[in-house]
Write a protein that binds this ligand. Structure first.
Ligand code: MTE
Ligand code: LUZ
Ligand code: MOS
Length: 795
């Protein structure tokens, strides 16, 4: 039997020995909801059957971005036939304010309103028609104040959330001043809507003893349980939160599922009736948080050979009206500003700004993409300035394996394949030849301007808050040899359930069809972390393995007696019991087998416990926020992408005809699922970097609040030539079956498409005398590119 001992960075273990009978892991088995997704039979929150007493719930939000509430007119709505209840903050009690890190976000706005659409009045009605009428009768009277909508305004008035953070090493200022060349600038990246297909949604059922069951489309069942208990003044054991699946989340449901869940829970608890809250798409887009827009003020010092000797970046993010996860997001930004590069003298600072838009939140990459984009902008600038290929600047500065391998926060990079990945990809993508071809083509082509760039990524895996790096799993084996697994991990389409299914099947040497992942519920798995930071499989998979190993140890003990009881003089030995191909046997006489099902039935009759709860905590992670030093990450997922863009010289329109991508995701548990994550993540990142644009009115109202005004990549935007490869790597001993986290990292590779646009523009500006930089911002929308083209042609 090989024991599952959690890995530690100092002493890696896990899968030194092959798992006996392991047959599912490493194979592309179908996503456990594949059929459900395409046939529409996979239920989401709004597919839960309606209970006869169920109430429809909706809210009326603030009409303005900032102001003092002078009065609420709710009487007419309340009087309407079919309206069951109208609630305001006065009905909530003293715990109307909540938050994941800081308790600073009102559930229902009280005296002041902080953003357009902020929930103020809650209505519960018998049907949707009455609900709509009631909504139109509510008046929220506000004495408006001037909103803060620009980062500069927040910075000038020191309207900040949390303290200024800093991570660094050496003396950046002196190093930069002493370098042969200096460049500096301001770089902006825009926000991004998560655009999950299932909007925020919750249904709450009241129960006895003040209990509530809340079905929520959430990445974090424990957060829902905790917040519902706090705000409704219940005890945690009175609240159960269940999530079967989400129709996408992308970070948008890590904390922001709380408000709709509170709405349903408040109504259910006050009225004693079931209550359902389903945001429509426009409401969801208007009132929920998104990726943080960033401003980065940077200064770099470098040598003739492209070597960067010092880098200073001051990051400012738009946190919106409340803290949410913003300080944590900024922390990840500071930990990713180095990206793939060893920077000897670095000083990165971060400050979250408070503005009057909905509180911004987690979005795939969690502050990492903003850091990587600003660093890759600097790399492109250095290359433009020196008139060398940007890949050479990248290779020059890439982290080393034997030296130049410590991050500014002091973590030693182990298993670094960045240079290898970049060089391999440069070859397989014909990077050099295509650079030449593009340069030649750009000289003569009157219509199209082309660009080509590579962007590497090194994404730290682990929550930067140490306590979140834990998970528990419940494994129930039944007497027909089938298994139900429950973890705190939630399924949002990423394939977590499918991967755990494969891992558990292999632990018992049974078919994956004999394992089913059950709905996530706080009733089965308590005190869970959000399914986030790409660590879902790392954490919950390992916890499930630990549970399986416990059951297997008991079963092996029991089976040893069964096999040795036959009259052949063998000493019973659990160490010789194998679980493989659906049967169990003693390796000393492999012809005598018993089916796994038969063994479980026998075990029950002999009163052997065939269920267990497993626990896992990530070893070795430790990061000191005060000093900005330590090991925040267990390991890094790495990769690189080469993107080619084609720009219409007259409209600025950008398309991406070819992408080559190479990622190190360790030994893939399910290559099909992982390739889906990589291609989908890349396209989502490309959307952020080149197309998606949030537009707000002067009054702080989101104008791009529907699919018709907000452009996410469509199938026609996917590169016609899209080559995606996995870098063979079996050295990650830290994770289940030598796998690596895959969820977020590929999104950051979308920056390659942006860098390619930057490169294309530089092809034009390099024709001009001097160092002309139109300073392309992100996203590189047609409009932004046209601005740059115009600026370049103006000389
Ligand atoms: N893939 C799909 N299909 N839908 C999603 O919502 N979320 C992403 C990523 N991939 C997401 C997705 C984000 S933000 C994270 S953190 C990871 O999945 C979370 O799941 P994991 O930790 O199990 O990879
Ligand atoms: N959430 C969080 C995250 O709370 N901490 C993190 O480090 C993190 N990283 C990525 C995504 N979500
Ligand atoms: Mo993902 S942003 O960690 O939910």
């Amino acid at each position: 039997m090989n024991e599952f001992r959690p890995a530690s960075p100092e002493k890696p273990i896990v899968d030194d020995k092959p798992i006996i009978g392991g047959k599912s892991v490493g194979r592309t088995i179908p996503h456990d909801s594949a059929v459900g997704h395409v046939t529409g039979s996979a239920p989401y929150i709004d597919d839960l059957p309606r209970r006869v007493d169920e109430l429809y719930v909706d809210f009326v939000g603030s009409p303005v971005a900032s102001g003092a509430v002078t009065s609420l007119e709710t009487e007419q709505a309340s009087a309407l036939d079919g309206v069951v209840a109208v609630f305001t903050y006065k009905d909530v009690g003293k715990h109307n304010v909540f938050g994941p890190l800081f308790c600073d976000e009102p559930f229902l706005a009280a005296e002041e309103v902080l953003y357009v659409g902020q929930p103020v009045v809650l209505i519960a009605a018998e049907n949707e028609t009455v609900l709509a009428e009631a909504k139109s009768l509510i008046r929220i009277n506000v004495k408006e104040t001037a909103p803060v909508l620009e980062l500069e305004k927040a910075i000038a008035s020191e309207n900040f959330i949390g303290p200024k953070r800093q991570i660094g090493r050496g003396d950046a200022e002196t190093a930069i001043s002493g370098a042969t060349h200096q460049l500096s600038g301001e770089f902006r990246s825009g926000g991004q809507e998560q655009f999950y297909l299932e909007s925020q949604a919750a249904v709450a059922f009241p129960g006895e003893q003040g209990q509530l069951v809340v079905h929520s489309s959430t990445q974090n069942t424990t957060e829902i349980q905790t917040m519902v208990a706090e705000v409704l003044e219940l005890q945690m054991h009175q609240v159960v939160c269940i999530c079967k699946r989400m129709g996408g989340a992308f970070g948008g449901k890590e904390t922001q599922a709380v408000i709709p869940a509170l709405m349903a829970a408040l109504v259910a608890s006050k009225t004693g009736r079931a209550a359902r809250v389903i945001y429509d798409k426009d409401t969801d887009m208007s009132v929920t948080g998104k990726r943080h827009p960033y401003l980065c003020r940077w200064r770099v010092g470098f040598e003739d050979n492209g070597q960067i000797v010092g880098l200073e970046c001051d990051f400012f993010s738009d946190g919106g009206a409340a803290a949410d996860l913003s300080t944590s997001v900024m922390e990840r930004t500071l930990l990713h500003a180095d990206n793939a590069y060893f920077i000897e003298h670095a000083r990165f600072t971060g400050q979250v700004c408070r503005t009057n838009i909905p509180p911004n939140t987690a979005f795939r990459g969690f502050g990492g993409p903003q850091a990587v984009a600003s660093t890759e902008n600097i790399i492109q600038r250095v290359a433009e300035y020196l008139k060398v290929d940007a890949l050479d600047v990248r290779l020059k500065n890439a982290y080393g394996t034997d030296d130049r391998n410590v991050t500014p926060y002091g973590q030693l990079l182990t298993g670094n394949h960045l240079t290898e990945i970049m060089q391999t990809l440069a070859q397989t993508s014909d990077y050099r030849q295509r650079q030449e071809a593009i340069a030649a083509q750009n000289e003569t082509d009157p219509l199209w301007l082309r660009g080509l760039a590579m962007a590497p990524v090194k994404f730290g895996i682990s929550f930067t808050s140490k306590f979140l790096n834990q998970a528990n799993a419940l494994v129930n084996v039944y007497t027909d040899g089938t298994v139900q697994v429950s973890t705190g991990g939630t399924e949002m389409g990423q394939g977590l359930n499918t991967k755990i299914r494969q891992i558990v099947a292999d632990e018992f040497g049974i078919d994956w069809q004999n394992v089913i992942l059950m709905p996530t519920s706080t009733e089965k798995n308590n005190n869970t972390s959000p399914t986030a930071a790409s660590a879902g499989t790392d954490l919950n998979g390992a916890a499930a393995v630990n549970a399986c190993r416990e059951i297997r140890t008991r079963l092996a003990q029991f089976a040893a007696g069964l096999f040795a009881s036959t009259d052949d003089g063998l000493i019973p030995s659990p160490d010789h019991i194998c679980f493989e191909g659906g049967v169990v046997y003693d390796s000393r006489k492999p012809n005598e087998t018993i089916s796994f099902a038969e063994l479980t039935l026998k075990a029950r009759f002999e009163r052997v416990d065939i269920g267990a709860r497993g626990f896992y905590k990530t070893p070795g992670v430790d990061f000191n926020r005060e000093t900005g030093k330590g090991n925040p990450f267990l390991y890094f997922t790495q990769g690189a992408a080469v993107a080619e863009v084609k720009i219409d010289r007259f409209t600025g329109d950008v398309s991406v005809p070819r992408v080559d991508l190479l990622m190190d995701i360790g030994k893939s548990i399910n290559p099909g699922v992982d390739l889906g994550q990589i291609t989908g993540g890349f396209i989502q990142g490309m959307g952020w970097a080149t197309a998606e644009c949030l537009v707000y009115g002067d009054d702080g109202r989101l104008l791009s609040h529907s699919p018709t005004t907000y452009k996410i990549p469509a199938i026609t935007d996917v590169p016609i030539d899209f080559r995606c490869e996995l870098f063979p790597n079996e050295d990650n001993l830290h994770c289940v079956r030598r796998s690596k986290a895959v969820g977020e990292p590929p999104l950051l590779l979308g920056v390659a498409a942006w860098a390619a646009v930057k490169h294309a523009l530089a092809q034009l500006s390099s024709q001009l005398p001097g160092d002309v930089d139109p300073n392309l911002q992100l996203p590189a929308t047609g409009e932004e590119v046209l601005r740059c083209l115009t600026e370049i042609s103006a000389g």
